[in-house]
Design a binder for this molecule. Structure first.
Ligand code: ME8
Length: 485
């Protein structure tokens, strides 16, 4: 089976922040999980470099857009290894191969009769690179997302006949209800359709920073179509001399934040139909990380969570664990350093870290580091045996937080088992040697199972623990999660 997962490509007009890390980590967990299961996996992320927001930001810095994009794309690339994220390819929309393929696909859309020239007038937000409908805008003609005042813009444009796909989209949402998940996001997309779809601008005449429209050189494509097509174009050149399109297209799941739902659930399928391409199997729309006070994170409010501060103090695995554990993936959630600290202490250090160090120490103290020959406790064995399938089902439902909760239930079960069986008491009783063997084998097996499942979430920790379980170190190993880092 093949599994192809993507993140949004991030705008290079800003610095990488926690929100970007979040979607990338979630996609990485899905990719690592599927790869371990033996699926032929491809994981794509990258940067969105054209359009007005980037041109404006570059101008503000006194730089050419390309120079500004080069600088910032590097920062997005550098973030990935720091958070343990390992994509198969990092696309930049300024890649020559991407631009050529965008032109090819959109020329086909034009040739298929889905494009016409018209006059566009509307409220435009340069930060969203999007026109807003009257029903969306806030009082004072402000952007509902950025709250900045919008400008009334008018220009002659190429239009994509989105309205012609109204019926087909309605049908898609009915016949394939999981095309958009979770259900809340599907309802939102359906509400957009119900309002009646308007044709959308496909090109901009005023802007130079973009992919040129091949049939009208005075225009560049509207950045959103250039950007959406990354999911398709990347497969054509991610591996030199090889075209991966047949192998991975269509995508298994696009992970996106809720503010870009409309583009991915309405424009994107319509564009793919217009180009004669197959649709992705699912668009999964996740919620927003908010400050500890439930408000949008902002420097001036000081309510944000800086991923780099978490990395420095607790490391990448703890950040990955925290984000998927504290906020149920899909919904919105509040995040903050205090919550990181308490999850770290209570769960990583006390529950999991302790279980590991106790188990290893007892194997050394009571059995000289050898794993005894004894049967695993049958009750625990059956609880452990079902874990892999349960976690796989959660991941298939794009519920990495649910998967983590299932693993954690087993971690707690194993800790209870230690408390119930009191191996230190068994060790004092000469007649209890077989029982002690069985307890030690059960803990060893249990840790192997939970640690294997933790691999996609905490790759570094998992590899270290699995290695220690395979060859028990006789010397005391430093704690996995030191108490006061
Ligand atoms: O929208 N909470 O790029 P972008 C959770 N280039 N996720 C967040 C977040 C938050 N507070 N803030 C950002 C764009 N994200 C376009 C996408 S795709 C063809 C083009 C994540 O740099 C989330 O995934 O604004 C969101 O959708 C994405 O970053 C937006 O990144």
């Amino acid at each position: 089976m093949s599994f192809y997962v993507t993140t949004p490509i991030y705008y290079v007009n800003a610095q990488p922040h926690l929100g970007h890390a979040y979607t990338s980590i979630a996609a990485d967990v899905l990719a690592r999980h599927h790869r371990r299961r033996g699926d032929d996996t491809f994981f794509l992320t990258g940067t969105d470099e054209h359009g007005e927001p980037v041109a404006d930001a570059a101008r503000a810095q006194g730089l050419e857009p390309r120079a500004w994009a080069d600088l910032n794309a590097e920062k997005f690339k550098a973030l990935l290894p720091a958070i343990g994220v390992a994509p198969d390819f990092f696309i930049r929309t300024t890649d020559a191969e991407h631009k050529r393929r965008v032109q090819e696909v959109l020329q086909r859309v034009y040739d298929n009769g889905h494009v016409y020239k018209g006059l566009y007038e509307g409220w435009y937000c340069p930060r969203c690179a999007d026109f807003k409908t009257e029903s969306e805008i806030l009082d004072g003609n402000r952007c509902p997302i950025h709250e900045i005042e919008l400008t009334r813009e008018q220009e002659e444009n190429w239009f994509f006949r989105l309205s012609a796909f109204q019926g087909r989209l309605e049908q898609l949402f009915e016949s394939q209800p999981d095309f958009v998940a979770p259900a809340r996001a599907r309802h939102e997309a359906q509400a957009f359709i119900a309002q009646g779809l308007q044709d959308v601008s496909l090109s901009r005449a005023k802007l130079r920073w973009g992919v040129e429209v091949p049939w009208d050189e005075g225009h560049v494509f509207y950045v959103w179509f250039d950007a959406l097509l990354n999911y398709y174009t990347a497969l054509g050149y991610a591996r030199a001399g090889e075209d991966l399109t047949a192998r991975y297209w269509p995508p298994s799941v696009h992970l996106v934040g809720k503010e870009i739902l409309k583009f991915h659930t309405l424009y994107w399928p319509a564009m793919l139909w217009a180009a004669g391409l197959e649709l992705p199997r699912q668009v999964f729309v996740h919620g927003f990380l908010q400050g500890s006070d439930g408000r949008k994170m902002s420097k001036s409010l000081g309510n944000g969570l800086d991923p780099f501060a978490v990395l420095e103090r607790y490391g990448a695995d703890a950040l990955r664990f925290y984000l998927l554990r504290d906020v149920s993936f899909g919904g919105d959630g509040n995040v903050g350093m205090d919550a990181v600290a308490s999850r770290y202490e209570a769960e990583l250090a006390n529950e999991y870290g302790n279980l590991v160090s106790r188990t290893l120490a007892m194997l050394v103290r009571y059995r000289d580091g050898r794993i005894p020959e004894a049967p695993v406790d049958p009750v625990l064995e059956s609880e452990l045996a079902s874990l892999a399938a349960e976690v796989a089902a959660a991941i298939d439902g794009v519920d990495p937080s649910g998967g983590l909760e299932l693993i954690w239930q087993r971690v707690r079960r194993l800790n209870r088992y230690v408390e119930e069986r009191k191996p230190w008491e068994l060790a004092r009783d000469q007649d209890a040697s077989t029982s002690l063997d069985s307890v030690l084998v059960t803990l060893h097996r249990g840790l192997q199972v939970v640690t294997t499942e933790l691999g996609p979430y905490m790759p570094d920790t998992s590899a270290r623990v699995l290695q220690a379980l395979a060859a028990i170190p006789l010397e005391v190993i430093p704690p996995l999660f030191p108490k006061t880092p």
